[in-house]
Design a protein around this ligand. Sequence first.
Ligand SMILES: *Cc1c(COP(=O)(O)O)cnc(C)c1O
Length: 410
Amino acid sequence: MSDLDIPSPFSEIPLYPLQYLHPSPIHPLPHLSTSATDAANTKDTTANKDGQNPSSHPRINIWCKREDHGSPLACSGNKYRKLEYIVPDILRPQKDGRTVTILVTEGAIQSNHTVQVASVAAVLGLKAVVLLHKGTGGGLRSTTNPEVFQNTGNVQVVRMLGAEVRMLEPDESADDKDPVEPILQGLRDNGHVPYWIPSGASLHHLGGLGYARCAFEIAKQEVELSQRGTLKGSGRFDYIFVSFGSGSTVAGLIAGFKLLEKTRQQQGNNEERKQLPKRQVISIMSSPTKPKPYHEERAVRFARTAGEMIGLDPQNDISLDDVRLDDRFVGSAYGQLDPETKAALDRVARVDGLIGDPVYTGKTLRGLLHWVESGEIARDWSVRGGNSAELNVLFIHTGGQSALAAYSDI
Ligand SMILES: *Cc1c(COP(=O)(O)O)cnc(C)c1O
């Protein structure tokens, strides 16, 4: 990996490369930027018919970081970054001195995470068992074709990768039951040494490190893009939009950017000197099942766990103020493609040829476009002291397009 200027002790944490040797690409979304800025301006003019505030709206440059193009492994997506830090733990002798023979993980029926675990198992020469919860979210409930939903998209890919798929009925994975431990015990009884990776790898103590590293990758790309003159305005991504699922993607980013700011401050190269408001990471929730405070608490907890390992002072450096979750675009259920999200996916595909996914990035794109077009982002920027004529927004494309086939009826 190219030098990302990651400070110690973070730089010493072992990593097993699953990403390409080059960073995942960042590119502009030119047509979306123009159409969203135009829409925001139209709103502004109607709100100020007296012409008092004619050219107040900054140009919004929307960029995309292609985490769906970050790894050569199956269906590249955000879980590979997390797994890069988990693999060394998998390859280590376990508590009883034995080596892991099988990875076990879980997800909703069309989980992207399980695909990424299954392909890591394949390249490590391990077996994999994938537990798919039929009761999680509303995808299966709302499809017109349950057979297709349970056998195409990510389920098909998981099987191609050689993992064993076990579908769990809703009553098997109810809150008061733990279906996992008996399954792990069954594998042990058959001579296996299982390694458990919780949903989205977020509850795993190493789960936040991958996106802490990604923050440094983004910072390096910012420098390169502004030196080339393509990234204008502040020369930085002022707002970063990312999906919220199990939480460690955004938590890792928060911890990573905190460490970056702290390191730059120590080097005398801080944002305050450039009189820029702090960059904001905004995370769009993908599920209405649990309320926002539940997820905020998790995000802070995961960011602190990662923060402690990478050299931050978890209690003082990371707080609830760093976590900006938006629960307005969750739609009807996790994994259900609602009409507004579908419209956002179609729009982005038709103006810039970019394909998102129905479960996460579709909702995030919808949220991002709302923030831009309603003028919320410009207001947020000026409230915090920003006054540039251009604002740079980065949408992190976390992958997931391999689920699209299962949603072909919508
Ligand atoms: C898992 C996933 C997310 C959510 O990431 P978390 O770290 O679980 O919050 C977002 N987008 C896609 C495509 C995913 O597969």
